[in-house]
Design a binder for this molecule. Structure first.
Ligand code: ATR
Length: 281
């Protein structure tokens, strides 16, 4: 029987998930179809119930429903609870289980790039929204030498710091101006804000000047594929890492939860990059 998978969010018109997952189904000879459902906030509860009764085998959840969906699920995995958001749901005979694959997806993608162990790295995370929370939890769980959050609104960074005390007690929170002054101490600088995202492609989240030559600039944004920030970093000779890897790997992890099969992440990356009209970095 053809199994149905999907995405609920609003808007979903530009999502690359249907393309990526449907290609993976074809590659693996799985009789499945992934569809993007445009669901407005006031219809979320009905939509989740529809997924349940229509026997949609698994689905992703995106903006603006990642937090609200938790109210309508039957079970939530510990990591998703910790992150406070769900991006993947598995439907087992009407019993809906929520997971979050964003943080691990990011970690998988970053680890591929590293020459020095992550455990020995000093990390700076810029931003303190939902994406930052997933990244900080993934880093704290994996283990890094030092973990620092900087954000325009300090209180939000402190909220993540407090929230993560169970996993790590020594996460630093510092003002952006201080982080800029000591930028040369960080091995990996991660932008989790939307600064530089299309259409505001000339904005950068953090100055490049003081960042050391061996550092990695990691931007969660994938549209554009190379943000202005990454472009400037590359010009300086830094290693750059864009958001495609996180997007693909969160999808790989979701796909595995739904099908127990591992899709080819290189192929998925190619499909996504081709759609975005660029080359990889
Ligand atoms: P997401 O869930 O995708 O992470 P979010 O919750 O809106 O999105 O968080 C976005 C983060 O980017 C926030 O930390 C935000 O800073 P504030 O906490 O001060 O709001 C940060 N951010 C977004 N646009 C920004 C800008 N122009 N300058 C500085 N920080 C910005």
């Amino acid at each position: 029987m053809n199994k149905l998978y999907g995405l609920i969010g609003h808007p979903v018109g530009h999502s690359m998930s249907p393309l990526m997952h449907n290609d993976a189904f074809r590659q693996l000879g799985i009789n499945g179809h992934y569809h993007a459902f445009d669901v407005r906030e006031e219809k979320l509860s009905e939509a989740v119930n529809a997924m349940r009764v229509l026997n949609v085998t698994g689905f992703n959840v995106t903006i603006p429903h990642k937090v609200a969906i938790m109210n309508y699920l039957d079970e939530i995995d510990e990591e998703a609870k910790m992150i406070g958001a769900v991006n993947t749901v598995v439907n087992i005979e009407g019993h809906l289980i929520g997971y979050n694959t964003d943080g691990r997806g990011y970690l998988t993608s970053l680890l591929r790039l590293l020459k020095k162990p992550l455990k020995d790295s000093n990390i700076l995370v810029i931003g303190a929204g939902g994406a930052a929370r997933a990244v900080v939890i993934a880093m704290a769980t994996h283990g890094v030498a030092e973990l620092t959050i900087t954000n325009r609104t300090r209180e939000k960074a402190v909220m993540i710091q407090n929230h993560c005390k169970k996993i790590r007690q020594d996460i630093n929170v510092i003002p952006l101006d201080n982080a800029k002054k000591i930028a040369d101490k960080y091995d990996i600088i991660i932008n989790t804000t939307s600064i530089g995202m299309s259409p505001n492609i000339d904005a950068i989240p953090f100055p490049i000047e003081n960042i050391k030559q061996k550092a990695i600039l990691s931007d969660l944004i994938y549209n554009p594929l190379k943000t202005k920030w990454l472009e400037l970093g590359e010009k300086k000779g830094l290693t750059i890492h864009n958001g495609v890897g996180m997007f693909v790997e969160q999808g790989v992890l979701a796909f595995q939860k739904w099908t127990n099969q591992k899709p080819n992440s290189e192929r998925m990356t190619e499909v996504v990059i081709e759609k975005l009209g660029g080359s990889t970095c």
